[in-house]
Design a protein around this ligand. Structure first.
Ligand code: AMP
Length: 282
């Protein structure tokens, strides 16, 4: 496994692979890898001749009062996990390599896709995401790029950007990987105390409740949304950031539960903000 830390070296390596007719898969991550990340890696290794995993904690997608400094890092552990998954290349640039002095260009998707849900509570977040993903695609030049459905809004925004900018890459969405008790895996779960870790189950449980209600015939999205919110608020350590019921692709708010539905949550457990979602076709 090769570790590449400059843009130039990564671009030349990808040029060489493409010239030799090899397919390239990219898995963008911020490191501190878990089974969720590794499911994307495994799929890329299956689909492509070469898999590149990027590890880059992107400062432009964090707000000034967010956890950029505290975000967990363990590059050695990440590398040994990737090595055991037979990954070919780890792209691990420094911040100055990605945003050198004088950097001034951003890619931004506008409108409902980026304004609601996480966009409302994390202004500028998606501008940072679309900018770094565009840069990574230009640097790694993959045939396929892998994203988890856990970050469902991110996936919708990137799909829109790829269509709007005619990006020549196939976007592969991957299912949410959960702990055995249902908590969606996340690098941020490590911030939780043991009491908070138990309280965090309220996210998945409230989505399971919603799924059961829909299966029993509930079609009133406004009513279901309030019920989910009440269930989360009943957990003393939890505070709702948002509960939204939206169309899976457009992210427009739904009043009735029909078609491709997504129930998306962001919840503070203590000081840790966790997200989760349920996607189903009603
Ligand atoms: P991150 O390192 O948090 O930026 O995540 C990198 C990629 O892994 C993103 O495409 C995430 O959606 C995906 N990912 C993170 N957690 C999970 C999970 N629990 N299940 C599936 N994919 C995930």
């Amino acid at each position: 496994m090769q570790v590449v830390d400059t843009v130039h070296a990564m671009q030349r390596m990808s040029d060489g692979l493409r010239a030799n007719g090899k397919t390239v898969g990219l898995v963008p991550t911020m490191g501190f890898l878990h089974e969720g990340h590794l499911s994307l890696v495994a799929q890329s290794c299956e689909d492509n001749d070469t898999t590149v995993v990027s590890i880059f904690i992107n400062p432009t997608q964090f707000g000034p009062s967010e956890d950029y400094e505290q975000y967990p890092r363990d590059f050695e552990r990440d590398c040994s996990l990737l090595q055991s998954h037979a990954v070919d290349v780890v792209f691990n640039p420094g911040v100055d390599e990605m945003y050198p002095s004088g950097y001034a260009t951003y890619v931004e998707a506008t409108g409902v896709l980026t304004e609601g849900l996480c966009g409302a509570s994390r202004p500028g977040h998606f501008r940072g995401v679309t900018t770094v993903v565009t840069k990574l695609l230009n640097i790694v030049k993959p045939h396929r790029v892998y994203f988890g459905r856990k970050d469902a809004q991110q996936l919708a925004v990137i799909r829109r950007m790829a269509a709007d900018l005619n990006l020549d890459v196939e976007i592969i969405p991957m299912p949410i990987v959960r702990e055995s008790d249902g908590l969606a895996m996340s690098s941020r779960n490590r911030y939780l105390s043991s009491e908070e870790r138990k309280a965090a189950l309220v996210l998945h449980r409230s989505l399971q409740y919603a799924e059961a209600q829909i299966a029993a015939g509930e079609r009133d999205a406004t009513k279901l949304r309030s019920e989910i919110e009440a269930r989360i608020e009943a957990e003393p350590l939890a505070r709702v950031d948002y509960v939204e019921i939206v169309h899976q692709q457009t992210l427009e708010t739904l009043r009735s539960l029909h078609g491709p539905v997504m129930i998306a949550l962001a919840v503070f457990i203590g000081r840790t903000r966790l997200i989760d979602n349920l996607q189903l076709t009603v």
